[in-house]
Ligand binder design. Sequence first.
Ligand SMILES: Nc1ncnc2c1ncn2[C@@H]1O[C@H](COP(=O)(O)OP(=O)(O)OP(=O)(O)O)[C@@H](O)[C@H]1O
Ligand SMILES: [Zn+2]
Ligand SMILES: [Zn+2]
Length: 751
Amino acid sequence: MEGKFAGVIINRLALNIDRMFHYSIPDGLLGKIDIGSHVTVPFGNGNKTVDGFVLSLSNHSDFDGTLKEILSVSESGPLFDREMLSVCQFLKQKYFCSYISAVKTVLPPGSGRKNKVSDKLIRGSVLNVPYDEAFDALEKLRDKAPKQCKILELLIQNDFVADSDILFLTGAGYQAIRALKDKGLARQETVEVFRLPIDYESIPRSASPVLTEEQQYAVDRICASVTENQNNTFLLHGVTGSGKTEVFLNCIEKALEIGKTAIVLVPEISLTPQMVTRFAARFGKKIAVLHSALSMGERADEYKRIKSGEARVVVGARSAIFAPLKNIGVIVIDEEHETSYKAENAPTYHAREVADFRAKQHGAAFVLASATPSVESFYQAKQGNYQLISLTRRPTAQNLPTVAVSDMREEIKNGNRSCIGLSLQREIRKNKEQGEQTILFLNRRGFSTFVSCRSCGFVIKCKNCDVSLTYHKAKNSLTCHYCGYTIKKPEVCPNCASSFIKEFGAGTQKVEEELHSLFPDLSVIRMDVDTTSVKSSHRAILEKFDKEKIDILLGTQMVAKGLDFPNVTLVGVLAADQSLFVDDFRAGERTFDLITQVCGRAGRGEKQGRALIQTYMPENSVICQAQEQDYLSFYENEIELRRQLNYPPFCDIISVLLTSPVLNGLLSYAKKLARSIHIVMQKDYDGAFELLGPSETSVTKINGRFRQRIWIKCKMNRKAEDIFARLRSYHINEKNPHINMVIENNPFGAI
Ligand SMILES: Nc1ncnc2c1ncn2[C@@H]1O[C@H](COP(=O)(O)OP(=O)(O)OP(=O)(O)O)[C@@H](O)[C@H]1O
Ligand SMILES: [Zn+2]
Ligand SMILES: [Zn+2]
């Protein structure tokens, strides 16, 4: 450990201290401090003791005066190594975040927190009164004790909330939790944490099936890179059910064989149960699983197993890309087109970009797998930057499912007002008679359930955000999905006092009711955010569907992808076209991907599958291409559109979002910034660019903050990075206490 001087990042989010502070290392601590050490230091004029992280070490200092000394260092050793330090620098440069938020992204789970992760038990709170009483209490607390009100809202929305989560999510202190308990509204509960998320050893081991020729070719090409330490990027484009997973399982096996390690990212928690089982069946305890549904304790355990070298394959959601593995041989991103790979909070990294960075550092093979690659990735493959490997058939006896389109306008003309058309009803019936199972997919975007007045049209909105509240039938509550604001559903319209105030739109609950009345003899199981809030319920629902041969699995996005049930031969897509109306240049891509993926759940076993797409616009080209499951013609169309309209991959889109609790001053500041950006871009940027805005965002207010956005279209290169980094410093120096700035490169579904 070299050096007498250390550069330290202070563990505070305040933007004006977002830089390295230099300290000298006292003799007593020499040799004990390294990159990644967690230290305490005197800070500021008052020399307050604060904690921070060591990011650099050196033997000399340019500082003229006497440097302050580091006070202490955590005994448990450095929290990250030099490789992770370079990842932090990458995050900071590419995503315009502060040092500390970059560092926090790579820290082990639970570290740097005040309360220690207990070994077996988690303390938390649950609601202690019926919902109705809780709603009454909410209104009483709303103005007098807003923190308690926020906690109560959380407890209404969830069955159990860990105290640490309450503190983190609401910013309240323990006394607020205690006050709610004293009032009898909440009570304390302790839940036992399952230390190993899955008993990997209990899952029966299974070997690889004999690969098809196409699969073997893919494995050989990727493995050549793994063994030769070559950093190549592969786009594994295979139709749904073509055995992509089998391909990368085999590549990982190879990597392990020659002493290397592997990371596999899978998109959402919903994907993990089946996927994890497949990994455990192949690799047993050599795998570690990291995703957000694990408790902090579980995550900390898995992390330890990775650090100790026991776990050599990490399977996880987005943040697993930061797993502290050494000697990585292969990184896989499954369903690489998924939007959940992009982080929503700072640093707003894309896992694909971080993976690319790490793969380069390790000389690892990088595999992007999808049946419907993102337009950006496919373009890279066409340009020769990625090596394209295609799997064109399913390895099982069956072809891709046949897909039919059902015109819902005809259904309405014929007097059928059900959201399940007659053709779909017939198919469901037929499937039941053949003893086969059905998956029904409800495109969530088309089915928000808000409450409105049938007399005056009044829609109940959030008081902090410019959005309508979502109705939850089981609790008879209305909740804001942005800020958590919760109220009881009013009996009469707050605007005109009419009692014709009702929920609008069909949610999964409504469709479920309809299924029961159409098919009283069929069993239905529902999977959506409401039925999966309790830990492990994903797994439970899927297991029940499989083991008990439930007739219909009904769900939102959660059932669209990754599921592999051989007895499912029919897939129905309700409201296929709704996601086409979203105001986003990726709407077509997302609709194509959703429909193709969900149809791909059918006929994965020995029996031929079929899918039925219900739509109001059967002539729409995206719907037609999805019906044909023809990615290539979809891509050709889409890339031409992007070229004409100058969208990614032909340029990058940078969003500069400004928010403030007061409208006054926000717009003029945004205009001033837009003008400055324009001038600087003209002077210092060397290519074409376009600047749009400032303008209001589609949701004009979130969490009590008004929003203005400036869009810049340009190629994100070193020069542009430098300009936006300067813009960020300029904003920090302006000291506009009310106005927040977030710069984001290529945001997804920006609101
Ligand atoms: N060579 C093979 N021989 C027999 N069965 C296979 C073979 N390869 C894969 N399978 C089986 O075919 C099914 C689909 O394979 P897999 O899940 O790997 O495909 P996928 O392309 O990853 O699917 P998707 O991306 O559509 O979810 C699985 O049940 C798998 O066990
Ligand atoms: Zn809100
Ligand atoms: Zn009304």
